[in-house]
Design a protein around this ligand. Structure first.
Ligand code: BES
Ligand code: MN
Ligand code: ZN
Length: 502
């Protein structure tokens, strides 16, 4: 599903009609001869090949020659090359076409590098400009030729295709998260999910308010009580094609083994988080609470890629979508909700709503007895305070699965850091009237939130990714663009593909 504006070609020789030629230069080796300058000459112009540095020079063919630094040659891995490509895309923003050998620079597996370069070019070009009359801040870059001579060509072609599929999904999730609350209600994102499901070949089922009531999803109904916009839960199911016949063949031998590894994703989809009756103060920075559904957007974006990437695992997703608003009908402090799994929750702060909607999603996920469940949520300011904007916090009840999440984070340069799921803190969410309360007090807020979620996992392998920090970027930097980052999309795609039962 194409959401980005660039058409990619892979060719054995440079495109002589391109308006810009992008050439990688390392900080510790001689520049390629196409640069037409020595290290010393570049250095005199202030260019030393530092990662992400660019220098634009007009050449004799009325093109721009853009040299882009990739840092020390030995350290130019996929992460570095994604950032170098992003820098090249920014330097090429005023031209329509670019031809570059960047995808064959760098150290490591050719396809992986080409994928990272493609991702960097797309992600640094994307902008949510639907509401801008003047689009001059949007990159003009429309066509990119990745030059890959000889034996590198097939790997670069494959890697670049994968990079396009994945970066397209990130752009989709960014667009959804950047949309104003009134432009994207729970009902509207569910309709988008249905459309995306039809386009990408995944099954999409939408559950409305009556259905959620009938299912006993007290968390979803409780949070939604203050809103005139009804809630939606979206269930998305993916099975690899050909799985059924493969499963049938081995079914007679060993029924348990014939079951594909099954991973369930649960995304927080709070379309706008005002705090509810526990209203947030009117600080303009809370405009970003429109992106409190970015966990759900990342989950939807991930599901949209699985057919195109040929994912071998079974993957199911739940998007838990509602806004959180105050009104005469809103849930109040002291109210007690009964969640899908029967557990009761006393409300001590209506702004701790994410865990309430996730509780129902996790309960439904656990009922399917998958091999593992991962949830992704803009859950706590505490996590953002602790870890800042550059990494998520990961907690879980099963170290082997947590390790799989951390290695997916590492592979995609969507940084994550594990926090302890310290059981001693479980008493902080004890309630005198219900099974638990929905907040744990001022200390260890990210951990008490995770301990709350763990009550709904039935002890199945589970990990929680708190993305309150990295969900938003204050400025353009590397492959990040200002606004909603869609952090977690690339991580989840990697996890869905690499997931192992144990
Ligand atoms: N959506 C917020 C968390 C958040 C904060 C996300 C900043 C992104 C950036 C969440 O629903 C919330 O309001 N959490 C409260 C929990 C508290 C009431 C226990 C918080 O973190 O203050
Ligand atoms: Mn909140
Ligand atoms: Zn929230």
């Amino acid at each position: 599903m194409k959401t980005n504006q660039i058409t990619f070609k892979v060719a054995k020789i440079a495109d002589s009609t391109a308006k810009a030629i992008g050439i990688a230069v390392a900080s510790d080796s001689a520049p390629a001869k196409e640069v037409g300058m020595t290290r010393e000459q570049l250095s005199d112009l202030g260019f030393d090949g530092k990662l992400g540095q660019t220098l634009v020079l007009p050449n004799s063919k009325k093109q721009l020659t853009i040299v882009v630094g990739i840092g020390e040659a030995a350290k130019a891995n996929a992460d570095a090359m994604r950032n170098a490509a992003a820098a090249l895309a920014r330097a090429s923003a005023k031209v329509v076409s670019l031809s570059t050998s960047l995808a064959t620079a760098g150290r490591g597996d050719r396809a992986t590098i080409a994928q990272a370069v493609t991702e960097g070019l797309i992600l640094a070009t994307h902008r949510y400009d639907a509401l801008k009359s003047d689009k001059k801040a949007t990159s003009k870059l429309k066509s990119v030729t990745l030059v890959a001579p000889g034996a590198t060509n097939p790997a670069v072609t494959n890697g670049s295709k994968r990079g396009e599929i994945i970066a397209d999904a990130v752009c989709l999730a960014r667009d959804l998260a950047n949309m104003p609350p009134a432009h994207l209600t729970a009902k509207m994102i569910a309709e988008r999910a249905q459309k995306i499901g039809a386009e990408t070949g995944v099954k999409v089922e939408v559950f409305n308010k009556d259905q959620l009531l009938a299912m006993g999803c007290g968390g979803m109904i409780g949070v939604n009580r203050g809103s005139v916009n009804p809630p939606r839960m979206v269930k998305i199911s993916y099975r690899p094609s050909g799985a059924r016949s493969a499963a049938k063949k081995s079914a007679s031998k060993n029924a348990a083994k014939s079951k594909l590894p099954h991973l369930i994703l649960v995304g927080k989809g709070v379309m706008y988080d005002s705090g509810g009756i526990s209203l947030k103060p009117s600080d303009p920075s809370h405009a970003m609470m429109k992106a409190d559904m970015t966990g759900a957007a990342a989950v939807l974006a991930t599901m949209s890629t699985l057919n195109a990437l040929g994912c071998k695992n079974q993957v199911t997703a739940y998007m838990m979508c509602t806004d959180n608003l105050p009104s005469g009908s809103a849930m109040a402090m002291g109210d007690v909700l009964t969640m899908r799994n029967g557990k009761t929750v006393e409300i001590h702060n209506t702004d701790a709503e994410g865990r309430l909607v996730l509780a129902d999603g996790l309960s439904l996920a656990a009922e399917q007895k998958p091999d593992a469940i991962v949830d992704i949520a803009t859950l706590t300011g505490a996590c953002a305070r602790a870890l800042g904007p550059h990494m998520s916090g990961v907690m879980g009840n099963n170290q082997r699965f947590v390790d799989q999440v951390l290695s997916a984070a590492n592979a995609t340069d969507e940084q994550a850091w594990q926090l302890p799921l310290e059981r001693k803190y479980r008493t902080l969410i004890d309630s005198y009237i219900a099974d638990m309360k929905n907040v744990g007090g001022p200390d260890a807020g990210a951990i008490t939130a995770a301990l709350f979620l763990d009550e709904f996992t039935s002890g199945l392998p589970w990990a929680h990714i708190d993305i309150a920090g990295p969900m938003w970027a204050d400025g353009d930097a590397g492959w990040l663009q200002r606004g909603a980052t869609a952090y977690g999309t690339r991580l989840l795609v990697n996890l869905a593909e690499s997931f192992k039962r144990r």
